[in-house]
Design a protein around this ligand. Sequence first.
Ligand SMILES: C[S@@+](CC[C@H](N)C(=O)[O-])C[C@H]1O[C@@H](n2cnc3c(N)ncnc32)[C@H](O)[C@@H]1O
Length: 581
Amino acid sequence: MLRPATSHSIPLCPLLKPVVSYPCNAVSIRRIAVATATASLSVNLHETLPYGPSLSKGYHPSINPKLLQDNDDSFDEKQFTRVFDISAIRVSADRCFALESQLRGHLLNWPRVRNIARVPGDEIDAQLLKYFKLSDDESLDSLNRRIYGKAEGDGEKLSPVLYRDKLAKTFNSRGYEKFRNLARLSRPKRKTKTETKEVKDHKRSDCYLVEEVVDDQSDGEKGEDQSGLIGDDEYRLGKWKGSTRLLLLDERHAHKSFDELPEAIKACVKGALFELVRCKLTLFYSYWQMNEVLEALLPKHMIVPSSFETVGHIIHLNLRDEHLPYKNLIAKVVLDKNKPKIQTVVNKTDAINNDFRTMQLEVLAGNHSLVTRVVENGLQFHVDLASVYWSSKLATERQRLLTYFTRSDVVCDVFAGVGPLALFAAKNVKYVYANDLNPHAIDYLERNCVLNKLERKIEVFNMDGRRFIDAIFKSQSTRPITQVVMNLPKDAASYLDAFKGIFRDTERSERLTLPTIHVYGFSKAEDPEFDFHERIRIALAEVAFEVKMHKVRLVAPGKWMLCASFVLPERVAFANPISEL
Ligand SMILES: C[S@@+](CC[C@H](N)C(=O)[O-])C[C@H]1O[C@@H](n2cnc3c(N)ncnc32)[C@H](O)[C@@H]1O
């Protein structure tokens, strides 16, 4: 039985209430695929339900109430075990791949379940071994020495490359020295971090189990008549010689005898050695997708949380009030289904409303470290979500903005945070000045510059934005700034007045470049672009200039984040703040 998230009563999803299960007296189960638990109950497919695996199909085995965990925030993963009756065709291992492609359309086509199951005795038949005289390590070693001139214990591990090296040496006299790189070129590439086939197979087999059902009462009164299940005369009773595989048949054929199978299947296996067997396919908690588990756990009327933001090893949720009684359950499922990449699940407890734009976060599951490493478009960023701002959702916008910059640009990022835009810009432009008021953000910004070997192209400042604009434009020692980025959407527009008169002490000349400003803002207005444009005009007290407006994204229903790009109007840059404007 599912446990509620807290000690008060929370309605359980009816789906997960224990169901009546059927004992299988006369049936013993032979395990075929690797797994972690054994199911011992029979299941029928609900034919009225749509194709494929579903938690509302099949049944789960009876659950011992003692297995339930005492922790209120937890649930018993065994609730998600489902057993399905299926049929399979046993064939010899060497024929299974050919048959698999011939039987396409008739085999089980469920996600993450391989339709070829391995069986015990896969290894070479003991009786055949003696013909090869390879029954012990010694004879294998001598065979290796004969073929490769080396055996496993002789030094370097045997590999095709060693064999290739030897070949190259042998044939040098015949001209292979012209291809001195031959052996090196054929050397396999160093393994990358991608998962090996074995790891993938292991993961896959951990989430389901195929067991063959062996009928103990083949001719007893109670037993079913199995005669139709096996193939024709060519089926050889007794032990199979050599290794075999099971081809899992589609769920439609679960209870059919051989005669009832479609002609296409019969035609494929005809003339070959085969056997129709009954199997149980058990799907475990680890098989089901996150949304399937959450749908089953949460009350029926409740929307299943589905949009999460990932920052390094952290997923942050933005749970609605109705989810809060279930927050720990939700976090556990989110963590289970996203491990090992995700190690921590947090929930945003409050809207962002402080100056440094940091989130109020509650750790719900996993480890409590909020310091993480994010990789975005080839750059690395260290971030502490507890003390600095980070949004992976702005990755596309950062790349869009970069298209405005050229190699000759000098960029000034007024609200730089830990430096995502500043660092990307530094890779492509002449120089970057990056500023932020939050001292923690500055610490990380400096670290990130070094981490990405860009410290020589960025100068970092820790000042209020308005003061920074004034200082950087008036300083004699800075390079002429051509691009300014102001990403503080809540109130960056109100900092625009800092540009009034920034060049008033500078001589007007044709060589002076007026900077292009990219300022971000939010708008809930019916015409957000017009609204933001108006606010910029008011802030600069100037009307005659062109503004390019870009809608970045909807941050909440009816609330847009926008980016306005314009060249600073000359009248504003040379204005005397008091007398002219
Ligand atoms: C929305 S975040 C953007 C950070 C960064 N550009 C990014 O995309 O990740 C705004 C940043 O402005 C900083 N900030 C807030 N008020 C500021 C001010 N008055 N002067 C300078 N920086 C300020 C905050 O600390 C925060 O890091």
